[in-house]
Design a protein around this ligand. Sequence first.
Ligand code: BJ8
Length: 430
Amino acid sequence: MSDEFVVKSDPELWEKLGMDVARFSGMPPMLTNAYRNIFLSQQNRPERMAYFDDMVANIHTGRIQEIYDAKEGGKPVIGTFCVYVPEELVVAAGGICIGLCGGAQGSIADAEKILPRNICPMVKSAFGFKVGKICPYFQVVDLVYGETTCDAKKKTWELLDRYVPTHVMEIPQMKRERDKRLWVEEVKDFKVAVDRITGNETDFEAVAGGIRTINAKRAALQRLNALRHHTPSPISGRDMLIIQQIAFYDEPVRFTEKVHELCDELEKRVQDGVAIAPKETPRILVSGTPMALPNWKLHYIIESAGAVVVNEESCIGTRYYKDLIDEGAADMDQQLERLTERYMKIDCSCFTPNDDRIDQVIREFEASGAEGIIDYCLQFCHTYNIEAVKLREACEARGIPFMAIETDYSPDDMGQLQTRVEAFIEQIKG
Ligand code: BJ8
């Protein structure tokens, strides 16, 4: 399988999207090698991972062609950078919502020609993809919808607007009743912006359909995450991470179906005692900042050091799917209010106070059968970095082994991280 796997190329399609084709042509071979080494080298993977491997093989071709065709057919294609932007309303309008956060080192130099160097690598990577014209997803969107979460993001949107129409949703920083009122208004504005592309106003039924579709996707991911919590785990942390990353660019109905098919296989593996690693393998929960494609650095280090990742408390992880929207609304106003209530439960560190998140991490630690927590913070992400203080205290109070890591996308600190992770795993074993 490993040698057969190739990330495909389609220079003609990329040309149509206005990409820097010469430069981008080097990307698929690089991704092919990385994916073979990190994912396909694993032993005894579930067979149903084949669909997700295929999604990676088609990441720059087949899936882009689907989105391109939908756009040509008048469907809205919206790029987002945060799980606070409600994709249900894009799906309700018959459109496609794509997560555009950047997880690659290769686009950072493009960004640093314009942005300051000392900001979050996720923001720089995304911005660099657009500036360098080296991301087909960025090229295919009608518009992007940013948000006012952290400082790096909200100020970058002002510059990004020079390259692609950029709207901004104001996300409050507290969760009081008055913040909720503002938030509902922002959700309504988002709906108007999406509807403007189709020229039709989505009605109650359409919004209800969008909510059902995305609720079903989140419920499938909840089922999958609960299955991987089994000891020994039937699936690796790396494979779980790639599935959660694919959730941000695949077609949601098909994705949901494929996740359930994988869950059926995992149930069988659990019954038959088939696992990805022996029972005594140390189990790690990773918490903190999101890992956007193709950021697989920490999972690779942890699992290469002989542990298994059993949960991601992250926006590319449980924060994305732990809550569903109440489907019982009677009219559109109530529908948008219930939608907003669900989004208000997301416990991002950009909020203050945010103690719910600390409780949530501990709950997930207990539910996943983890034996230690590695808190992952992207460099210059002040809110997660500071919140790690409270998380450490909560872990110390409960005797939970805890380690905080701050890193970026460069390979420079790999050796140092490997040493620290290995020592942490030894501590857990001890
Ligand atoms: S809800 S975590 S997706 S804001 S890591 S760019 S916060 S400096 S990604 Fe996020 Fe929405 Fe919150 Fe989730 Fe800024 Fe921090 Fe970078 Fe971040």
